[in-house]
Design a protein. Structure first.
Length: 147
């Protein structure tokens, strides 16, 4: 019973890791595109967060089951579990590198945006609009016209 429960748990985690691999690949495509659409990237980030939360829950369930049954990964005496565990480790390692790469891509976009903002701020000085949304600075006609 415990072995079957752990097999099911590990299979669910493997399925989720495959889904996460697809989401991370989608994130990488977005980050490599010329222009990032924030709302699309936010959706991908939410998908990642949801999958990671489910993985955390399943992993905690796995640990609890192991503790109750007094067994522990890497399951050397249980070939079916050991094979699943090795696949899980391989997938998480690949995901770690992919996520690191995506983080570097995101950092490049942030630096590029910060540089662009710095150029705009030095060229134009103060903003064109005040906190109330009204234009500020010199009036073109020398007087204000209210409508």
């Amino acid at each position: 019973m415990v072995v079957e429960s752990l097999q099911t748990n590990l299979d669910q985690q493997l399925d989720l890791l495959e889904s996460l691999t697809n989401v991370v690949a989608q994130e990488q495509q977005l980050l490599c595109s010329g222009r990032i659409q924030g709302w699309v990237l936010q959706g991908v980030t939410e998908q990642k967060s949801s999958i990671l939360a489910t993985l955390a829950y399943l992993d905690q369930t796995r640990i609890t089951t192991e503790t109750t049954a007094n067994i522990q990964a890497p399951y050397t005496r249980m070939p079916a579990l050991a094979e699943r565990w090795q696949r899980l480790l391989q997938l998480t390692e690949r995901l770690r590198y992919s996520n690191l790469h995506n983080g570097l891509l995101l950092q490049q976009h942030i630096e590029h945006n910060n540089q662009a903002l710095a150029v705009l701020n030095t060229r134009h000085g103060q903003s064109l609009y005040g906190p109330d949304g009204q234009a500020k600075g010199a009036n073109i006609l020398g007087r204000k016209i209210g409508i």
